[in-house]
Design a protein. Structure first.
Length: 223
């Protein structure tokens, strides 16, 4: 039975936003932690670690996120594993986010003048301490704006989780559209809710970029 889009449908979409936010948080936090480890390994002096991380980044950046979702949701079923949609979506998004964040942060670290690394070595600091005490504090001010900007992409990419049955905002919109047959109204509201999530993050990214003056401001030397 076809019905009109109503208040209950809107509240259902708002509730589904919570699952979108939760999935985005899992992807960003998990991807951030893994991405930090990958970044340190990629800028380390150990060649095998550099090659492995580079291969990982190229693999996940060079394949569509949708295919990665299919692999984790349907691929493991071949081996008899029944993977829940939330697990498949979270795993794929964490690995995807880690690959991109590792690349973003590697660029931010490499933007630090070579003299800072030399200064750390002159102080007798080993690689890990050099990164932790000298390089990362300077790289953070460069990395914050593009990192927040990437979070917008993570929020939007959670919509692909609807393909494997995870009920987030897009999937909820599909369910309501199947009951109302009002795609213009339903998906206009869905788009508006995505905008409500993403636009503040875009503003925050631009504000941080202006505040931190990352657009070519000279770096200070470490005392």
């Amino acid at each position: 039975m076809i019905r009109q889009f109503g208040t209950g449908d809107f509240l259902y979409l708002v509730t589904a936003m919570q699952w979108t936010v939760m999935l985005s948080a899992i992807a960003f936090v998990g991807g951030g932690l893994l991405g930090l480890v990958l970044t340190v390994l990629r800028v380390s002096p150990w060649r095998p670690a550099q090659w492995l991380v580079t291969g990982y980044v190229q693999l996940f950046q060079g394949t569509p996120l949708l295919m990665q979702l299919f692999v984790f949701y349907f691929g493991f079923g071949i081996f008899g594993f029944d993977v829940p949609a939330i697990v498949a979506a979270s795993t794929a998004l964490v690995l995807y986010a880690a690959a991109f964040l590792a690349d973003i942060w590697r660029g931010c670290i490499q933007a630090i003048p070579a003299g800072q690394w030399e200064a750390a070595r002159a102080l007798g600091l080993r690689f890990v301490l050099s990164v932790w005490l000298v390089i990362l504090p300077q790289a953070v001010r460069i990395a914050v704006p593009p990192t927040v900007g990437f979070l917008v992409q993570v929020v939007k990419n959670t919509s692909l989780a609807s393909i494997v049955g995870y009920v987030e905002l897009t999937r909820a919109g599909q369910v309501i559209n199947n009951a109302t047959f009002q795609p213009f109204t339903v998906f206009l509201v869905v788009a508006g809710l995505y905008f409500a999530l993403c636009f503040p993050l875009s503003l925050l990214s631009r504000r941080l970029e202006r505040r931190l003056r990352t657009g070519g401001a000279p770096m200070r030397a470490v005392p």
